[in-house]
Design a binder for this molecule. Sequence first.
Ligand code: FES
Length: 156
Amino acid sequence: AAFLGPMEEGGQPGKGPHLVGKKDDLIKAKNTVVTAGGRDLLVVHHQGVFYALDCYCYHSGGSLQNGDIEEIGSRPCIICPKHKYKISLADGEGLYKGTDTTVTPPVTTWLTKGVKQRVHAVTEADGDVYVTLSEGDWVESDFYQGEKGKEKRAKA
Ligand code: FES
């Protein structure tokens, strides 16, 4: 995976869309750390689809850069290398194995904790890839993008 660094030159301040790289390069790298609008993101290319999500895991700030991608309940997920938390790439839901008691008999299955990792929109134009930062309600991964989160990551 490559580190592309800040994109102030090509990008727009704030939300974007921010140019994050060439499509071919991002496909080759599979997982790429980029900085867009002051936020550290991971751009993932998996089975023909681009995804962008906050780079630091909502659980404890682990970098997702080298996380494996696995299909969990037919949803592509990134596995945080630090404590193996599973995060769906498309919507940032935290998935865990639990017991579904709404069916009889209860079954062990993948359940969701809801959206824990902020995900962002990816678009393509003329061989370039752009990320538009998402906005809205607080998501747990937001903490690790701020100053306090940075300190905590440095100590971890
Ligand atoms: Fe990602 Fe703990 S930091 S699973």
